[in-house]
Design a protein around this ligand. Structure first.
Ligand code: AMP
Length: 447
């Protein structure tokens, strides 16, 4: 099968035809990632959304470094002496709206029609993306105890955007957990005393939902199947890694759990371990529970086994050059765990039509994909070795035509899904009457 058409966002569309310029924000503890994407209902249907620019604001000491990559290929880097998210965003918007940026579609702050936010945890409250109002904001606050390191930053991002663009600009929250809301009780409950679930909401939530959903929707388009016919296993293999079992287009199980620590082997996270090991490490190493958890999150996985790095590309290079035993072992444990989850999910789903690889490793490493897939011939998966080797950062089917279980590579695009959901929520929500005209500039002034 030919390499499928790339999903690179087109850059030759007439923007006059596009309805909304959506600013996508992903606010972390020391960085704010952003993208400006022009999209609307037709662009979504035709997969012809336009990425105007993207970049990142990083906090260093008393200042921030802003890096912007524009659609025409130019790159701008500047620092501003502030540590404040709102002030950084204002600076960014000043530059974007200036002639110097070359982003002609955004002449004034009013040319940004909506903001879409990545929000890490929606707990049991949010099964879908939401137009943000005070009640939704309160709900995101209520989920802080489930994601104490992430949700507070996401809230800061929402409040900063409210200040910069004014209270009337529609903002939408897209949750990392929402796609996994369809996981049934028997798959999300841990076998611990039930009152702990009731008291502390201890259950599987799953993460990377935006990525799993994006590649699921894209698979439907590429394979030409309906939502109901979509039975696949998606593998997001990046620095963080997770697998999801998708039946009838919905997630019915996933490898990450209450936190992103469970499941596959990751760059620095252990994934599944015997829980008794936690107290053993704590006792033997003289660590607190929190320190032990941090060790499992930041010192384990590929880094922990290899003792070298969490970076798969470097590990593969090292293996090719020196064939170091621990490097080889780290890669082998990584691939074995992924294969084990595919097998488990095939059993949970009663079979699947395809395995979809995404994330930095899944998209770019033919070797890792091959090592995961070899040994799955019993399930009907036969890799097309040439096609697999040729597929780096591209959409493609990489299994042979006669495979019973196909394999695909689909580069993820979480920001695009956030922009699209932002448009969908607005079209479905109370602000839809405002669409068709840009919001008034005076409503949306940079303060
Ligand atoms: P992500 O978190 O999705 O950005 O993925 C980061 C991971 O992808 C790192 O482990 C990288 O080493 C890995 N990666 C990126 N490109 C390649 C490549 N060409 N071969 C192997 N691993 C890669």
């Amino acid at each position: 099968m030919a390499v499928l058409e790339t999903t690179d966002l087109v850059d030759d569309l007439s923007l006059d035809e596009l309805l909304m310029n959506v600013l996508v924000l992903n606010a972390g503890s020391s960085s704010l990632k952003f993208q400006l994407i022009a999209t609307d209902r037709d662009a979504i249907a035709a997969n012809k959304d336009v990425r105007l620019c993207r970049g990142q604001i990083d906090r260093f000491g008393g200042e921030v470094l802003i890096v912007v990559l524009v659609r025409d290929g130019s790159r701008k880097k500047f620092s501003v002496s502030t540590r404040d998210m709102q002030a950084s965003l204002e600076h960014l918007m000043r530059w974007i709206t200036s002639d110097a940026s070359g982003i002609h579609e955004i002449q004034a702050v009013g040319d940004v029609h909506a903001v879409g936010h990545r929000v890490v945890h929606g707990g049991e409250l949010f099964g879908e993306s939401k137009l943000i109002n005070d009640e939704v904001l309160k709900g995101i606050e209520d989920c802080i105890e489930l994601a104490p390191l992430h949700n507070p930053n996401n809230i800061k991002g929402i409040l900063a955007a409210r200040q910069v663009f004014g209270p009337n600009l529609p903002q939408v929250a897209v949750f990392d957990t929402s796609f996994h809301h369809s996981i049934p009780e028997h798959a999300y409950l841990y076998a611990v005393p039930y009152h702990l679930y009731r008291r502390h909401h201890i259950r599987r939530y799953g993460f990377h939902g935006t990525s799993h959903r994006y590649v699921t929707e894209r698979y439907q388009m590429l394979a030409g199947v309906s939502t109901e016919q979509t039975n696949i296993i998606t593998l997001h293999l990046g620095n963080g890694c997770s697998a999801a079992a998708i039946r009838g287009g919905s997630s019915i199980d996933t490898s990450m759990g209450m936190t992103p620590l469970e499941g596959l082997v990751m760059g620095t996270r252990s994934g599944d371990i015997d829980p008794a090991i936690v107290s053993l490490i704590a006792t033997k190493e003289g660590l607190s529970a929190g320190e032990t958890e941090a060790l499992l999150n930041t010192q384990s996985g590929l880094l922990g086994i290899s003792g070298l790095t969490n970076d798969m590309r470097v590990l593969l290079q090292e293996q090719a050059k020196h064939d170091d035993r621990r490097v080889r072992l780290a890669i082998e444990v990584f691939c074995y765990r992924a294969r084990k989850y595919i097998g488990a999910f095939l059993a949970c789903m009663g079979g699947a039509d395809a395995v979809v690889f995404t994330g930095g490793i899944g998209e770019n490493s033919p070797e890792i994909r091959a090592r995961i897939c070899h040994g799955l011939e019993w399930a009907g998966l036969r890799l097309d070795d040439n096609r697999n080797k040729q597929t780096v950062g591209l959409e493609s089917q990489i299994s042979t035509h006669d495979s019973r279980l196909h394999a695909f590579v689909i580069p993820t695009d979480e920001e695009l899904l956030i922009a699209r959901d932002t448009v969908r929520c607005i079209l479905a929500g109370p602000c839809s009457s405002q669409l068709g005209r840009p919001p008034k500039v005076e409503e949306l002034r940079v303060h």
